[in-house]
Design a protein around this ligand. Structure first.
Ligand code: EPU
Length: 338
């Protein structure tokens, strides 16, 4: 293991922020990970996978550990299902494509999400009506405290909307090393009810979609709305969609009957933050090198050399304006690392 001193993280975060890590190391085996976690010479350690859900500030006085564990393994299968263990450092989208190529169904609605497999459970990634938890069986993780490799069940992971145990009680206590999924081999559970997917399939005159058709539709939709981090630095949705009480929602929808919404339960409603931000006039706006994407106001972008602070200042401006106009508080989905 080589420990680099003052290392640029520009190529390790999809926002493309040129932040400097005090130290940086890449681990390719669980043993290496355990060794470095045990090493007391570095008081602050930060784990980094695909770097797709973090906003880095300019200089971070910590050891960054890049988890680059690779491999996929079929654990068991019967006529209907296959259980696959995927190591944390596998790129999420490549893994989804691999599953589709084998006609393993379940994750096709989550095609083209940036990032690595091992970090996906932390925020229970989701898109177009499906969340990671829907295929999740368990994950293995190294407990930072004693470097033991442990298995966490689906229940233990406490998944919620962009939320899990790893963002709450488990925060900064575990490093996920692999994720085990259950895929369907036949009778796939095709999930095409999300409006944008339905429209896309209609456009292509596909009435009985396969998992490959769903994946292609999702890829087309995402490419039309979401910027490719390789071309324009971004971290996907920067904000979460706010979930409000029925009382707040009723007041809101009386004033804005045209606003889109999703009913979460009898008592709670989710309002698309992208709509709120667009109504505040931010969509497509640029402030120096930080901006709001032209096709999806939930996404903040780095045109070239925005700093973490530039992005944060813009986020603060947006939060304040949404609050002023709608009396609704929106909060970031990405993790701020400072
Ligand atoms: N909308 C606007 N203006 C915008 C963006 C959205 O009016 O600039 C409206 C749309 O017209 C639509 C509604 O808001 O009526 C919802 O938009 P969309 O379907 O694009 O989804 P979203 O709620 O904005 C969420 C996820 C995305 C995910 C999509 C599709 C969150 C925070 N974001 O966005 O996830 O791809 O649904 O399932 O839940 C991500 O997390 O990085 C991400 C991209």
């Amino acid at each position: 293991m080589i420990i680099y001193d003052r290392f640029s993280l520009k190529n390790y975060n999809t926002f493309g922020i040129d932040a400097t890590a005090r130290y940086f190391v890449e681990v390719t085996t669980i043993e290496e990970l355990q060794d470095i976690l045990e090493n007391n010479s570095y008081p602050r350690k930060i784990l980094i996978g695909g770097g797709s859900n973090m906003l880095l500030t300019d200089y971070i006085d910590a050891l960054f550990i890049h988890v680059n564990l690779k491999g996929k393994q079929i654990v068991s299968q019967d006529d209907n299902n296959v259980i696959v263990k995927v190591m944390a450092g596998e790129n999420w989208h490549n893994m989804v494509m691999w599953a589709i190529d084998h006609d393993f169904g379940g994750l096709e609605n989550m095609s083209l999400i940036p990032g690595n497999t091992g970090t996906a459970p932390i925020q229970n990634i989701g898109a177009y009506g499906v969340e990671l938890k829907d295929c999740f069986v368990s994950c293995e993780a190294v407990r930072i405290e004693d470097q033991q490799l442990v298995t966490l069940s689906k229940e233990e992971c406490q998944f919620g909307y962009r939320d899990s145990f790893f963002k709450n009680e488990g925060k900064d206590k575990y490093v996920i090393t692999s994720v085990t999924f259950s895929f369907t081999k036949k009778n796939h559970n095709i999930n095409s009810s999300y409006g944008a997917i339905e429209n896309q399939l209609l456009k292509e005159s596909i009435s009985n979609p396969t998992i490959k058709d769903i994946s292609n539709a999702v890829i087309t939709i995402r490419q039309s709305k979401l910027p490719d981090p390789k071309e324009l630095g971004n971290s996907g949705s920067f904000f979460k969609n706010p979930i409000v009480t029925k009382e707040i929602f009723t007041r809101f929808s009386t004033t804005y009957p045209e606003a889109p919404f999703y009913k979460v339960s009898e008592d709670y409603y989710k309002i698309p933050a992208g709509w709120l931000i667009e109504q505040c006039g931010f969509k497509g706006k640029r402030f120096g090198d930080a901006g709001v994407h032209k096709n999806q106001a939930l996404v903040l972008v780095n045109y070239d050399s925005a700093t973490g602070k530039d992005i944060l200042d813009l986020a603060a401006k947006i939060i304040k304006e949404v609050k002023r106009k709608f009396e609704i508080e929106i909060s970031p989905e990405v993790n701020l690392i400072k």
